[in-house]
Design a protein around this ligand. Sequence first.
Ligand SMILES: [Zn+2]
Length: 418
Amino acid sequence: MILPKYTMGVGDRFGREGKAQLAALLRARKEGIDVSPVWNKSFREHSIIHTAPPSVRKAAAEAVEAMKWTHPYFVDADHINLKTVDVFIPSSNFFTLDVASAIGTEAEPAAIQAFVGKYSGCCGELHVEGLASPLVISTDLVDHVARKYLFAVQEAGRIYRHIEREKGTGRFVTEVSMDETMTPQTPSELLLILAAIADEGIPAQTIAPRFSGRFNKGVDYVGDVDQFAQEFEADVAVIQFACRRFMLPENLKLSVHSGSDKFRIYGPIRAMLKKTGAGLHLKTAGTTWLEEVVGLAEAGGDGLAIAKEVYTVAMGRFDELCGPYAEVINIDKNALPSVEQVAKWDSAAFVAALRHDQSVAGYNPNLRQLLHVGYKVAAEMGARYLDALDVYRENVAHNVEANLYERHVMRVFPGQVR
Ligand SMILES: [Zn+2]
């Protein structure tokens, strides 16, 4: 199973937006931009809103059928490990093997020695096409990578083989993710990690490293954009080099776990994809749930009332909702509007605060992050929330589609020559 060149991780927490998401991707195809969707919902999301992985497959299949989508699509077992993977196996064909928590655990001494022995041969200056200066690989670096990352890659191998036994070789796409960790991997480290992945026999088609900067949920990139651009460019070059040098799938590409809406880095990414011809998997999952709330607020009436209620309840349960996401949000509590203020808002005020348009005066990234992690509140509303999505379908679908098309797909993926 081959992952196409451009793919996008799209979330759909309540399973109602598949058609609107595909409408956005169909529009992009008309413009010569071919992006295939990968629906993802992590174990954490499933447990917070009490859903099970087969529901994602079902919603995806229904949307595909309704929209006559004839192109590839995937269902991602997102951020799984050996403990959580089993419930995802029947319904997923894409697996994000999350081994971040295994980083730093040392592998068996013999394995470390063997790795160091094998790769100290490539020590010195390594010329990588596409890099202005050569990578400098030292014995210390090889030793450091072996001690820090080898066990994590072995763990990825254990998860991969477990899935392979159940689903069969070549019947699913494998991603190795190391993004949910504190320290970014340098391009030289990435090269050696890819060597370890090849040695382990994992046919990874995407790799998600940790980039520098902050990728807070639902809001823009915080960090040095130039530094990110350099890192991204170097990683693309390293991946292309590693594919030729090691036995890795030739379509191996970077996966950017964006935490949604990293508009400041979209320009540099797009330029790099255009320049190098590299592929990309861009995960931007939570943005769709926020567009549901934008749509409800925009519609007014009960829709606006539900949007306000989600915010009011979320304010009252701030710690509980933010807790699981503490590492990936940064909310200035003093900059959150009070529940009383929000109660007086009309549609325009609520939409201005929530919709991700930084040029609008009322835009509030703190409110946006709180609502991003507040989907549990909507889940608890049950039928009331889901019925509102039906009643205000036009507003909701319009916002989901326009957001994905205008703010994401068209900004990050270059057109293709057919
Ligand atoms: Zn991630």
